[in-house]
Design a protein around this ligand. Sequence first.
Ligand code: ARG
Length: 310
Amino acid sequence: MEVWVRCIFLLLLQILTGGHGDILPLVWGHPRDAGKIIGGQDALQGKWPWQVSLCIAEDGHICGGSLIHEVWVLTAAHCFRRSLNPRLYHVKVGGLTLSLLEPHSTLVAVRDIFVHPAYLWGDASSGDIALVQLDTPLQPSQFTPVCLPAAQAPLSPGTVCWVTGWGATQERDLASVLQELAVPLLDSEECEKMYHIRGSSLSGKRVIQSDMLCAGFVEGQKDSCQGDSGGPLVCDINSSWIQVGITSWGIGCARPHRPGVYTRVPAYVHWIQKTLEENRSDAYGCHSRASGPHQILLPVLLAFALPGSL
Ligand code: ARG
């Protein structure tokens, strides 16, 4: 049976049986794994309308992702360590929680998965980026895409951006509301130095590669965490939300001198465009709060090429 048919069938069965069976959780994700970004806060409905949950029928939520187009989700390559079989995955769109019963949310099947060829399937590998092609296009009322930056756009250290996700919390509480956290972008050399403080196993090795971006706090306490991977790190630039990073890795979560490491999206804009074109999708268009919907934000992209780099 198709995975999604089985999924829906099990869900109906669970509703009909009063929801007490162990058949399928009513929320994606085992309660043990449900939780928050560390040190974040509940997001309001509709604030991050590109945020999606990537899920597997058996295990529920495994990663975050972001909608960049009506059929395309940007996420991390390592989310597919378990399998590259598109039939195993679903994308939950429009939700504030991981509940499958949430109104205004949609579960969409996956048609194809494109993992960047530079990704080596190991810890802290470069190229931790993937594109998910949905089986059916979303309707404009169902989502808002996030904007992509200009290729190679430099990012200024100190810029405060936002990371969102349903990943783990220290407290491991069961709330499954989408979390948001403001994190400053960090200078890559500073981040590299931090990772070598009491990091003897890393000595001599370059940790922060040129396609990575650090964001967070020297003192720790606030960070993305397991389950947030694949989700977006976005900055409000000239009244548009631009995705500059994809949650990728860290050593532990929220530890001092171990900030979150994100895939640097400007390094992959050409690959994203090429993948969309080769698979017959129009160029992406995101919504600018400044100048109205459905606009290709070239001026914004150019304006984003700010002085100073990480
Ligand atoms: N790799 C993790 C995941 O799969 C994300 C880790 C982010 N870690 C951090 N300290 N910011 O969900």
